[in-house]
Each structure stands twice: as C-alpha cells, then as structure tokens.
Design a protein. Structure first.
Length: 437
C-alpha cells in the first residue's frame, strides 16, 4: 500500500510572483519552475507515464509534485524553501504543494529535510554541494550515431563518419555507436545484419587516435530476444506472476532484466566485460528507469536497491577508468554512480514535442528541463544536455546549438558529418573545441 501523505510545512506566498520547482523522477521527466497559475507538464498517456515519468504515480489536478525535491520561491522577498529526500539514494518521497489563497501547503509521503536559500537555483545547488561528492571527471567530446541514423545505422556509416572527422579536423575524442548494432534488446553481443564486427570497429576507431563508445539499454529485454526465450527466470515478475511491464517501445511490450538473479547478474557482467575487452571504454547506458521499476525479483530487495546494485555491476565490469553516461535514469537514486547524466528528454530535429508532452523528443522540452537542472552540473555529475545537431535540415539549429554551448556539459555531435554546410562544420568544431577536455 502506498504510504500516506503528511503535512510538512505551510508557507505564505504572493500568488502573483511565487514559483514552484518540480524535480522529475528520471532524465526524461519534465523538471522546472512554474508560476502558481501554470499547469505543470504531465504524461500524455499511460504508456509514457511508465516510460518517462514515475510509474504508478498520478498527481491530482491543481497540485505540484516533485520526486524527492520540491522548491518554492514564495515571491514576497523571503528565502526560497527546498524540501528534499532525507536519504535520496535509498528512499525518494513524492513531495506535493497545493495553494489555497496566499498559503502554500506542502506534504510528503516519506521523510524530507528542509533547506533555505536565496533563490530556487541556489538552494538546489547548495543541497547538491552538501552531498560532498567528488568533482566529476571532465567529459570527453563525442560523436554519436543516433540523431542522424537512429536504428538504421550501419557499420559503413560509422566508418564514413570516422574518416570525415579527420577530413573536417573535428576534435572528437569518442566515436559512440548507438542503438541499431545489436540484434535485439537484451541480445547485446549478437550483431544485427548491418554490422560485421564490433571489435573491428573499435580497432578502427582507436587506430585513428580516438576512443570507442557504445550504447546499451541494459535493463530492458525484448520479448522476441533470445535472452527472453532462453531465460524467462531472469525477468522481473509482477504481483500476479506475469512479466513486469516496462512500457511499449520499438513496437514491443518490454520486459525488465532482474539483475538480482545470479544468472542475470553474470550475464550483465559478461556483456560489459566483453565490450570492454573489445576496446570500448565509453558506455552510454539508457532506459535505466526499467531497473527501478517495482516488481517481484529473485532477491527480496526494494526496486531502488536493485537498481543501484545493477549499475554497480556495470561499473565493476567496465572498470573505474571507463566513462559511464546514464540516460533515462531515475535522478536521485543515481547519485554517486555516474560520470555524466542526461538531464533532459531527447532533443530532436524538430522543436515541439508530440501532444505537447514535455517528456517527448523535441528541442523545447530538452531546453526546459536541461536548463532547470543546471544546478546538478559539476556537483552530481557532468550534465549531458543531449547532442548537437547542426545540419541544415534541423529546425532552429542555431538556437539549439546555443543551448548546448551555454550549458557547458558533455558535448556530442550527432550529424552525418559530410551533410554539414559551412555553418554546421564551423559550429560543430567550435563547440567541440570549447568543451572542457
């Protein structure tokens, strides 16, 4: 049974000027500040509520809600207030705010601590700094296959762009292969028909003086994969005995790998050790929300414990020197585990998302949430604002490039490099050259 909400504070506000910051559950969940008369962004349908928001959580109309963090600027000149999870990597309470005239009522369904600061951004930054994490390592510069080729990427595409980096004199440290090289979600070591040799590509990348990177979604399993057919006991179950549901994507109802099962844990270790041995030392791990979904697991542990232990398996397998980027990850439960973190939903060649759902791909939602999470950069990890796209076909490419540049986090190009015009080449070179190395 869901724990009850209990009152934690009452605050006088100026309804005309007060602002409320909602912290979303995971990378793609909208996060940002709203005026009291604004309606916060909410999921467009039940599937995206699972894939992009906190599953099983419905927020009443007229209510603001942050997952583990909620901040209020009362708007009357008094200090900003922050209510934060008392132990954010182990328990993430939902924190609600409702307004009645000039009084804001705050309640939570778990333990929270209160902070005050000059404004919303600074009180969030103060909270993050007080965690005392070591400063994150500088991010490498990256070229990523995703936003040009999506799942249709081929081995020849990688080689073409690898050559183009030299031709165009682009300071790319890492060449990262994204979704499309594998035969199915879960069958990470089996190649799709568009790729010949994963180790061969890594060798070619390294021969040109660059590092090899690769994408996985380690907690997702396609029901048509060999993994699902051969090891159904490695999958998280629901309370009724069926398979836990991780949402629908890629045309499939997705399942969840149970990394608390010894066989599944050994499988994850083998996958990442193999990739590391092949020469990959930059890992983008995606759709990580799945590892924190509730369900029946082999070990009797809560979902957040299972999630963190799954990420720790990956880190141990790739080694401390490899670079680990999280995406689609529950934010607070990921503290202390990653070098870099995507802090927004996916960008896109277009500006507006479908159905105005700000968890969906688009430049507007990526800018909204990415800017609101700047307080995390350099304190929790290196922020990843998502990839630069500078080709002529990209809508409002100048504005998107400005967002990537001003956030100052991980800088990655995701164009077919030979499709860039002069502005695209010069902008890509300038942003990559200006990135912290």
């Amino acid at each position: 049974m869901h724990p009850p909400f209990t009152q934690v504070a009452s605050v006088l506000v100026d309804p005309r000027t007060a602002r409320v910051h909602e912290e979303g559950w995971q990378s793609w969940s909208p996060s940002g500040a709203y005026a009291l008369d604004q309606a916060p962004y909410r999921p467009a349908d039940g599937n995206w509520a699972t894939v992009c928001y906190r599953p099983g959580v419905t927020v009443p109309d007229g209510t603001f809600q942050g997952e583990g963090l909620l901040a209020l600027d009362p708007g009357d000149g008094s200090p900003a207030r922050l209510w934060a999870a008392a132990d954010p990597t182990r328990e993430v309470p939902s924190i609600r705010l409702t307004v009645h005239g000039d009084l804001a009522e705050i309640e939570a369904d778990g333990p929270v601590k209160e902070w005050t600061g000059a404004d919303i951004g600074s009180v969030l930054a103060d909270w993050a700094a007080a965690l005392g994490l070591p400063a994150p390592r500088p991010a490498p510069t990256v070229w990523c296959s995703w936003y040009e080729y999506f799942t249709d990427v081929t081995e020849d595409d990688i080689h073409e762009n690898l050559r183009a980096m030299d031709t165009l004199d682009l300071p790319v440290d890492v060449v990262q292969i994204d979704d499309g090289y594998q035969s199915a979600l879960g069958d990470w070591l089996t190649l799709s028909g568009r790729f010949r040799s994963r180790a061969g590509i890594a060798d070619a990348i390294r021969a040109r003086g660059r590092r090899a990177g690769i994408w996985t979604a380690p907690f997702l399993v396609d029901p048509d994969s060999e993994l699902a057919a051969d090891h159904p006991d490695w999958l998280v179950r629901d309370a009724a005995g069926g398979f836990a549901h991780a949402g629908r994507n890629w045309g499939h109802d997705l399942r969840v790998l149970d990394t608390t099962h010894p066989g599944a844990a050994a499988f994850v270790t083998d996958v990442f050790r193999t990739l590391r041995a092949e020469g990959y030392d930059y890992f983008k791990v995606d759709f990580l929300y799945a590892g924190a979904l509730d369900g029946v697991r082999h070990a009797p542990v809560d979902a957040l414990t299972a999630y963190r232990s799954g990420i720790e398996l990956i880190r141990e397998a790739i080694g401390a020197d490899a670079y680990l980027l999280g995406c689609g990850a529950p934010i607070l439960p990921s503290i202390g585990l990653f070098d870099a973190m995507r802090v927004s939903p996916d960008t896109a060649p277009h500006r507006r998302p479908e159905a105005d759902d700000y968890s969906q791909p688009g430049q507007d939602p990526a800018e909204f949430t990415g800017a609101a999470r700047q307080w995390q950069h350099g304190r929790l990890w290196v922020n990843d604002p998502d990839c630069l796209m500078a080709r002529p076909a990209v809508e409002t490419r100048e504005r998107w490039a400005e967002h990537v540049e001003t956030t100052g986090g991980l800088t990655a190009s995701s164009d077919r490099l030979l499709s860039l015009d002069q502005w695209g080449v010069e902008t890509t070179r300038r942003l990559l050259s200006g990135a912290a190395r």
